[in-house]
Structures are given as structure tokens and as C-alpha cells.
Design a protein around this ligand. Structure first.
Ligand code: HEC
Ligand code: HEC
Length: 177
């Protein structure tokens, strides 16, 4: 092989390699308005901030409006298309690519099943158990999660908040009472 042919062959390899890099799978699944979200929603943080969460339409609408307040370049007529894409591609119960890594085993107790059933459709339980909080904070979080799409019944909220504050409460809480 002469030098020119070798360079041409290497050049071909290089082009093949970069074409391959460009077609690496997007973290955003196909769907109407994917490019709008994939482009405009990754200007300040990576795709991970989005693809690791699940929310219903109400939750994503809230999130998108919040992002626009922070400077996201989404025009008024693009808001609903972006929300529709997000709620479809990342709605409650859509499986996570790294599901095994998000697994947490919870301590036994009244409320454990409710947390397992209602709190890992949209993020890992790692997110639930990461931080200790007061019962008031747990109550507020459970209400917020129900608002954005957790299927917990109103009558189950207190059991969940009590279970979480028992196991993931603030240690000084009882002393301070
Ligand atoms: C102008 C910068 C900016 C753009 C553009 C932007 N975001 Fe954000 N985003 C932020 C900041 C800052 C935070 C962290 C603060 C927060 O959690 O509210 C964040 C956090 C998030 C989170 C993580 C919430 C959590 O608690 O884990 C999600 C989901 C999100 N953004 C979605 C989006 C979507 C969808 C878009 C496109 C509509 C978008 N972002 C565009 C600035 C931006
Ligand atoms: C419908 C989807 C959904 C379900 C179901 C859900 N969450 Fe969330 N959760 C989110 C989203 C989205 C965020 C990030 C935005 C936010 O904090 O509001 C989050 C954040 C959190 C956080 C971090 C909040 C913070 O302020 O740091 C905790 C803790 C949490 N969830 C607990 C729970 C518990 C407990 C349940 C079950 C009752 C639950 N989640 C069910 C969507 C959900």
C-alpha cells in the first residue's frame, strides 16, 4: 500500500468513526418535538437531569415554566409541545436505563409497601432515603409528589409521612419536642 492509499484508508476510518459517534443513541427517546427538548433543555445542565426523572403533565409543565423563568429559550408556542413530549417520554412508570443502581431496600414497618408502590415510579428510592427530614417536611414532600403524579391515596399520605419520618427523620426531632 503506498502512502496516499494508506492515508485515504485512514481517512475513511476516521470518517466512519466520527459518523459512528454522531449516531450514538440519544438519551432522549424518539417522539414529536424530541429535538426541541434535546436541544433547548440541555443548555444549562445535561440530559441526565431530565432522563432520571418521571412526572405527569402537570409536573412537567411546572418544571418547564420554572426553567423558562431561569432563562430556557422555549417560545410561548413551544411550551405545550415540550410538555407533551416530556410527559410521554418521561411519564410515571417509564422504566429507567439504570434501574438496578437505584434499588434500595427499605426497613420493615407500616407504610413500607406504600412507599415501594408509590415512590419509585418517577425516581429511585435512593432519592427518598438520601436525606433526613422532619415530619412536616415529609408531609410537604408527600403532598408535592401526589400533586405531580404519585398514585398515593389521600388517606395513605399520613402513613407514608409517618413511616418516612420514623426511619428517615431528623435525629433531634424528639429531643426538641
Ligand atoms: C437557563 C438554564 C436552564 C435551562 C435552559 C434549562 N434548565 Fe433545567 N435546571 C436549571 C437549574 C438552574 C436547575 C437546578 C435548580 C432547580 O432544581 O430548580 C435545573 C434543574 C432541572 C431539573 C432537575 C429537577 C430535580 O430536582 O432533579 C429538571 C428535570 C430540569 N431542570 C428540566 C429542564 C427542562 C425540561 C428544560 C427545557 C425545557 C430545562 N431544564 C432547561 C436551569 C436550566
Ligand atoms: C409522578 C412522579 C413522582 C412520584 C410517583 C414520586 N416522586 Fe418524588 N420526585 C419527583 C420529581 C420530579 C422530583 C424532583 C422535583 C421536585 O423535587 O419536586 C422528586 C423529588 C423527590 C425528593 C427530593 C425532594 C427535595 O426537595 O430534595 C424526595 C425526597 C421525593 N421525591 C420523595 C418521594 C416520595 C416519598 C414519593 C412517594 C410518596 C415520591 N417521591 C414519588 C417525582 C415523583
Amino acid at each position: 500500500m503506498n502512502r496516499i492509499a494508506l492515508m485515504a484508508a485512514l481517512g475513511g476510518l476516521f470518517i466512519a468513526a466520527s459518523a459512528h459517534a454522531q449516531t450514538a443513541p440519544s438519551p432522549f427517546p424518539p417522539g414529536d418535538n424530541r429535538d426541541l427538548v434535546a436541544t433547548n433543555c440541555t443548555q444549562c445542565h445535561g440530559a441526565q437531569a431530565i432522563v432520571q426523572l418521571r412526572m405527569n403533565e402537570v409536573g412537567w409543565r411546572n418544571q418547564v415554566y420554572n426553567m423558562v423563568l431561569r432563562g430556557a429559550q422555549i417560545g410561548p408556542d413551544q411550551l405545550e409541545p415540550a410538555v407533551k413530549y416530556l410527559a410521554t417520554a418521561f411519564g410515571p412508570g417509564v422504566p429507567f436505563a439504570n434501574a438496578a443502581a437505584l434499588n434500595v431496600s427499605l426497613p420493615d414497618g407500616d407504610g413500607k409497601n406504600l412507599v415501594e408502590g408509590g415512590c419509585q415510579l418517577c425516581h429511585g428510592l435512593d432519592r427518598v432515603t438520601a436525606t433526613r427530614r422532619t415530619e412536616a417536611q415529609w408531609t410537604a414532600i408527600v403532598n408535592r409528589m401526589a400533586f405531580i403524579g404519585s398514585p398515593v391515596e389521600p388517606s395513605q399520605k399520613a402513613t407514608i409521612a409517618a413511616y418516612l419520618s420514623k426511619n428517615y427523620g431528623v435525629p433531634t426531632q424528639t429531643a426538641a419536642k
